[in-house]
Design a protein around this ligand. Structure first.
Ligand code: ADP
Length: 235
């Protein structure tokens, strides 16, 4: 699903790479948490996989990146049966949703894929139910709590049935209640065995025992201060 080989990323005017010789191979359906101290290159790794580096920054990138989630362009496949390649949720709830009403935020994803209008309502409601936000369909996004917003963003990320879900510290700006609710929602979404999940976290203790995510993750990749992979194995 994801195949990075000897990937090095160096931002402009930086003496040292932010990612250094990274080899990372993730099979379809795997759940991987990317850990490491602040500045280790976790976000850079996620942005690279999402296709946002080097487009957003003229960074120097070497190595190869393969994404197995090739978009099916077969003309015989109805548009609404084509999966989107990936869904992304970032750290900041204020940047996670853009439309005024919750159901419209999710519907937009499906409208953009030309899903027949009659199917959109049920798909949107099912995705909201899955993240425990079933009652929020008609809510104004500006009035949601941080935890509610991140769950809506998660629902919008998966409503198009992507092959790959990228989560960049989705709970880092939430209070304890929000953290629990979003984690439970991620666990629920990750029950879909066909979904590959790459989750970035910097709070190592969250994965060291009690309070860690239950369904997530199966495997941890740890980036060190110099942007290289210092550990990769079962959590
Ligand atoms: P993490 O997510 O692990 O905190 P980042 O990927 O955000 O790490 O950053 C890795 C390193 O790259 C840091 O030293 C950071 O300052 C640097 N960096 C990140 N983005 C940029 C950018 N757009 N321009 C220059 N340096 C950057």
């Amino acid at each position: 699903m994801i195949s990075l080989t000897d990937v090095t990323v160096t931002y402009p005017r930086r003496d040292t790479p932010s990612l250094r010789g990274v080899d990372l191979h993730v099979a379809a359906g795997e759940r991987v948490v990317v850990l490491g101290p602040s500045g280790a290159g976790k976000s850079t790794l996620l942005h690279l996989v999402a296709g946002l580096v080097p487009h957003s920054t003229p960074a120097t990138v070497t190595g190869t990146l393969g994404l197995g989630a090739t978009l099916d362009l077969d003309v015989d496949t109805p548009v609404h049966e084509r999966s989107t390649v990936l869904g992304v949720v970032g750290q900041d709830p204020s940047a996670s949703v853009c439309l005024p009403q919750v159901d419209a935020e999710l519907a937009l994803v499906l409208e953009n894929r030309a899903v027949p209008p009659a199917l959109i309502g049920p798909l949107v409601q099912a995705a909201l139910d899955q993240v425990g936000a079933g009652a929020l369909a008609a809510a104004q996004t500006a009035r949601l709590s941080g935890g509610q917003t991140q769950r809506v963003a998660l629902a919008a990320a998966v409503v198009g049935q992507p092959g790959l879900l990228l989560l960049d510290e989705p709970t880092s700006m939430l209070d304890a209640g929000g953290v629990r609710a979003v984690r439970a929602a991620v666990d629920e979404v990750a029950r879909d065995a066909s979904l590959t999940v790459l989750l970035v976290e910097h709070r190592l203790d969250d994965y060291a025992g009690d309070g860690g995510v239950e369904a997530l993750p199966g495997r941890a990749v740890v980036l060190g201060d110099d942007g290289s992979v210092v550990a990769d194995g079962p959590t």
